[in-house]
Unconditional design. Structure first.
Lengths: 115, 110
């Protein structure tokens, strides 16, 4: 079966520090991968999505970047964090091909607090 | 601009009643729409997908309708239970991505 791993679960970082969040998927190949951010009491904002290795699309210009060095690995990074980067970061994957009744499968999330 | 609107006010209902949640959208033409459940501090969990050519979809106590003319989806939970208490999100599919509403919190009281 497919599983998705996301870490760390919580993170407190000072303003101006770098960030690296990692997401890996097991049990599938060539998944579509996504990074979302959820501010407190708000909906999910799509940040990046990837349909393959080194194929990254950005939805919103911001202080973040994403990379996909391997088929099932998706990394969210920042060189210098801002206070506004605080939030709940979620990685998700979806199978390719016929969607059938597929939805996203989300990771457990990373709660990032920038202080 | 494109919008996905869900009632931001919490829905409080009594156990055993039917909960009905609404998702309205503008300036989208989604091929399909999904509903997710999210518990505090957790990632959303996929519940149902409905395509634009489907009027209704059911799964156990859940029912989803999709009206592309009204640009609206309704999500029903029949015989609701306290364990159904959570935030429910709708998501629209557009160009290989899903865009989410902000969700409606459902409180089912025993």
């Amino acid at each position: 079966s497919q599983t998705i791993h996301q870490w760390p679960a919580t993170l407190v970082q000072p303003v101006g520090s770098p960030l690296s969040l990692e997401c890996t998927v097991e049990g599938t190949s060539n998944p579509n991968l996504y990074w979302y951010r959820q501010a407190a009491g708000r909906g999910l904002q799509l940040l990046f999505y990837s349909i393959g290795i080194d194929q990254i699309s950005s939805e919103v210009p911001q202080n973040l970047s994403a990379s996909r060095p391997q088929d099932r690995q998706f990394i969210l990074s920042s060189k210098k964090l801002l206070l506004s980067d605080s939030g709940f970061y979620l990685c998700a994957w979806r199978g390719t091909g016929s969607l059938s009744n597929y939805g996203y499968t989300f990771g457990s999330g990373t709660r990032l607090t920038v202080v | 601009s494109q919008k996905i609107e869900q009632n931001s006010e919490a829905l409080n209902i009594q156990e055993g009643k039917t909960a009905t949640l609404t998702c309205n959208y503008t300036n989208y033409s989604p091929a399909y729409l999904q509903w997710y459940r999210q518990d505090p501090g957790r990632g959303p969990v996929f519940l149902l997908l409905i395509r634009e050519n489907e009027k209704e979809k059911r799964k156990e106590r859940l029912k989803v309708t999709f009206d592309t003319t009204l640009k609206q989806s309704l999500f029903h939970i029949t015989a609701s239970q306290p364990a159904d208490s959570a935030t429910y999100l709708c998501a629209l599919y557009n160009f290989n991505k899903f865009y989410f509403g902000s969700g409606t919190k459902l409180n089912v009281k025993p």
